[in-house]
Design a protein around this ligand. Structure first.
Ligand code: SF4
Ligand code: SF4
Length: 410
């Protein structure tokens, strides 16, 4: 009797397809899609297209009313990016106990529990708050601090977004309850891939990045990753191969001349690491997805580099609080952060916050007239400049000099 593996390896295709375990003979496994309606609660199906009124009756509860007279109460639990299984079961039990047994995960990473009576919704909110959960963030409030999955699942992470979320959350928790001029979203991504958002459409975005070229232990490359593939991983061709006397690849090295600190090589190979003293975050503001006001818009960098200061991130937290304070003090009702900046202008916004303008961080490459165009400065050099200004750590002047030579500065 051949083993099952031998049988799979040698049996003709027709015979394999007749086996009862083959997906073709198990129609339930062939189902790719569930009808959309199976994901929609009965009350929502009954009232589809009939909702006529929506009212925020508590920072964490919205009442929606249908023309049929039916009402639904949406209780919003502000969630961190990760919760334990037992916490999730606890919340699901509450959805059965107080709600109609349905939950919804929102784009900002919150959990909405659906209830069919105000009393039950308020009792649910009370029980959650008594147990330390934040129930709030509807309407003109902080909707959440949404972060990417960072170190838990990702090898590209430059900073630990979870500590940023915690540090900011502790300082900004009152904004889940207090009225703000308009909705506020904060998104944190631990690297420029920005899975958590930040570059795109957040009122305030925080994006981690390395301010210097990654460090490489060349001899480990041979053991941990194929040098040829590593070369191909670099989008700007900044990695060179080290070969033995017979021309065989034995390692690799980062030149550092054109490296734009994207971290792709770090993602690719465990022998490459970020310099821990030179990692940090940038802050962006003014993005939004909504078509209210002037419509959707991208965020813009306002602070190019703040060095990593986990776990409390005091400089970053202070900067974010300053941005929110300026917005609260100057915005009209309903005006989101980007709308305020569109009305008063970037110059005024920088004046109000007291932050330097981004171009002030960048040193002209050459003092000669006509050479003050920042666009000529390689990103790598800009980051060294930012580093020097903020962290005061080493600037590899030899690399700067070489870079200048590469660009043939007179
Ligand atoms: S933003 Fe970067 S660190 Fe965060 S999950 Fe995406 S790739 Fe990973
Ligand atoms: S960080 Fe990006 S640009 Fe720099 S060497 Fe690695 S892959 Fe190339």
């Amino acid at each position: 009797m051949p083993s099952i593996l031998d049988w799979i390896a040698t049996a003709p295709l027709e015979e394999l397809r007749k086996h009862p375990a083959h997906p073709q003979n198990r129609p339930e496994k062939m189902l790719r899609y569930f009808p959309a309606k199976s994901w929609i609660p009965d009350i929502c199906q009954r009232n589809y297209g009939k909702w006529i009124r929506r009212k925020i009756i508590d920072p964490g509860i919205i009442e929606v009313v249908s023309e049929t007279g039916e009402k639904l109460y949406l209780v919003k639990v502000v969630m961190p990016v990760r919760v334990s299984t037992s916490t999730m079961y606890y919340l699901l039990d509450l959805a059965d106990k107080y709600g109609i047994g349905w939950i919804q995960a929102t784009k900002m990473g919150n959990l909405v529990i659906l209830c069919d009576s105000e009393d039950k919704a308020r009792a649910l909110a009370k029980e959650l708050r008594d147990n330390g959960f934040v129930v709030g963030g509807w309407g003109s409030r902080l909707w959440n601090i949404k972060i990417c999955s960072t170190y838990l699942t990702c090898t590209t992470a430059v900073v630990d977004a979870v500590t940023i979320e915690k540090a900011l959350g502790e300082e900004l928790i009152k904004y889940f309850y207090e009225e703000l001029p308009a909705k506020l979203t904060i998104k944190v991504s631990a690297c420029p891939n920005a899975c958590g958002g930040g570059f795109d459409a957040a009122d305030i975005g925080i994006v981690g990045y390395p301010a210097s070229v990654p460090l490489m232990e060349g001899w480990r490359i041979r053991v941990l990753c194929p040098p040829r593939s590593l070369l191909e991983a670099c989008p700007v061709g900044d990695i060179k191969m080290i070969t033995d006397e017979k021309g065989r690849p034995i390692g690799a090295d980062i030149r550092g001349m054109t490296c734009m600190c994207c971290g792709r090589c770090h993602d690719f190979c465990d022998a490459i690491a970020y310099e821990p003293s030179e990692i940090g975050v940038m802050i962006l503001v003014g993005g939004k997805c909504a078509n209210t006001g002037a419509g959707p818009r991208m965020s813009r960098v306002i602070i190019p580099f703040i060095p990593a200061e986990p776990p409390k991130w005091p400089t970053l937290v202070a900067a974010i609080k300053k941005i929110i304070d300026v917005w609260v003090a100057n915005a009209k009702k309903g005006e989101r952060l980007g709308d305020l900046i569109a009305r008063i202008g970037w110059d005024k916004f920088f004046e109000l916050t007291g932050f330097p303008k981004p171009e002030d961080y960048i040193k002209p490459l050459d003092k000669a007239p006509g050479w003050t165009r920042y666009g000529w400065q390689p990103l790598y050099l800009r980051r060294q400049d930012e580093n020097k200004r903020y962290v005061g750590v080493r600037v590899p002047t030899d690399l700067m000099a070489l870079s200048a030579a590469l660009f043939e500065i007179p």
